[in-house]
Design a protein around this ligand. Sequence first.
Ligand code: NDP
Length: 449
Amino acid sequence: MIGIDEKLEPILAEVLRRNAGELEFHQAVMEVFESLGRVIAKKPHYADHALIERLCEPERQIIFRVPWVDDAGQVQINRGFRVQFNSALGPYKGGLRFHPSVNLGIIKFLGFEQTFKNALTGLPIGGGKGGSDFNPRGRSEGEIMRFCQSFMTELQRHLGEYTDVPAGDIGVGGREIGYLFGQFKRLTNRYEAGVLTGKGLVYGGSRARTEATGFGATYFVSSMLATRSADFEGRKCVVSGSGNVAIYTIEKIRQFGGIVIACSDSNGYVVDENGIDMELLKEIKEVRRERISQYVDLRGKGARYIEGGSIWDVPCEVAMPSATQNELTGKDAAALVKNGVLAVGEGANMPCTPDAVRVFQNAGVLFGPGKAANAGGVATSALEMQQNASRDSWSFEKTEERLAEIMRNIHDNCAETAADYGAPGDYVLGANIAGFERVAAAMTAFGVI
Ligand code: NDP
C-alpha cells in the first residue's frame, strides 16, 4: 500500500477486513496510518501491546431501533447509532448526526477522527459519535420532537456527564438538543446539564458554542496564513454548505476583512460578488429553514444561483469546505489550484478526498485538516462542560478568547509536530501525530484494556 509503513500494513489489512464495506472508516484510518510510520520509527514502543489495533477498534458500538409516529399517524422506524470510540482522555465526546446517509461506517469514521481531534484540544475528552438515518427535511416540529424523544429514550442509558456527552452535528442543532435534553431530564429525573452540549443559554448552554466551529476554523486558517505573512483582508473566499459551521465561518471571515462570495446546500450554490449577506443567510437558514436558492430571490440584483455544479469552480484565495465528507474531489482541488487558491481549511469532517489533499499539498497550498481546523466546536463544548461542572456561565468575550487561544495552540502544536517529524508545513501529519501521541500515552499508562 502506498505511503504506509510496512510494520503497519498487516494491521491496516486486518482493520479493513473486519470492517468490510465501511469505506469512509477505511479512508479515515488509512489517512492516519500514512502518518504513523514516522512515529513508530522514532518511538517503536507505541506499536507494542497491540496499541494501534486497539485504537482502531471502538470500545463500544450501540445500534438501536427508533420507532416514532408521524403526523399522519403512521409508525416510522429509524436506526440509531452511538459509537463510543475511545475514552482514554475523558468521557466519550462527539456529535449526533441526523441524515438519511448515516450508517455505521460513517459514524465510525467520525468517531475515529473525533478521538484525535479531541486529543488535539488538550482538554479532557475522549472520542465518540452517533446519530440516525432519520431525515429531518420536510418534517414538522411535532415529528422532530417525537423522533428526538424516542431516540433519547434508548440512548439515555448509555450517557452521563462522566460517561458519554453528545452534541449536535448535521441535522442536529439547538432545537434538537433541547428536545433531547428535555427527554433525558424527564427519564432520569436528574438535571445533569453536562450530559449534552450545544444547549440553549437558558438551560446550561455556553455562549459562543453556536459560533465555535466556524469561528475556530477561521482562526485556524488565519494562523496558517500568518506563517506566510498573509491574512484574510480583502481576500475572496468560498465556503461550502450553509449550516451551522458554514454560517459562522462566513461571519468570522467577514470580521477578519475577507469577502465570502459563495456558499451552498446539497442542491446548488449561490454566488454573490458583493459578499454574502449574513443577516439574509441567517434569516433563510436559521429562521425560515429554507433552501439556499431563496437567497437570490430575496437579495435581488448581483447574486446568482447555480443548480448542481461545483462550488469549487468559483475562483477564490481561501476555500473552506464546511458541508460534508468527500465533497471536494481531486478535480475540484485542481480547479482551485488553477484559480490561485492560497489556503484551504476543512470546516467539515473529511470534506476533501485523499486525491484532493495530495493536489493541495503538492501545489504548496496551506491545508488545514478537519481534525485540527474544526476542533473549535468540540473544544467549546468542553468549555460548556466546565461551566456546567462549576455552575458558572462565562461571557461571550471570555469564551471566544479561550476558543481563539485553543485554536492557536492547536495550530502551533500541529506545525511544531510536523517540523519535529521532518515534514514542516504538513498539517495533516502534524495533526495525526500530535493527536495520536496524547491518546497513545494515556492508553499505555492504563495497560491492556
Ligand atoms: P448542518 O446540518 O447545520 O449543515 C450542513 C450543511 O451541509 C447544509 O448546508 C447541508 O445542505 C449541507 N450538506 C449536508 N449533507 C450534504 C451532502 N451530502 N451534500 C452536500 N451538502 C450537504 O451541519 P453542520 O454545519 O453542523 O456540519 C457541517 C460539517 O461540519 C459536517 O461535516 C460536520 O460533521 C462538521 N462539524 C460540525 C461541527 C458542529 O459543531 N456542528 C463540529 C465539527 C465538525 P442541505 O440542507 O441541502 O442538506
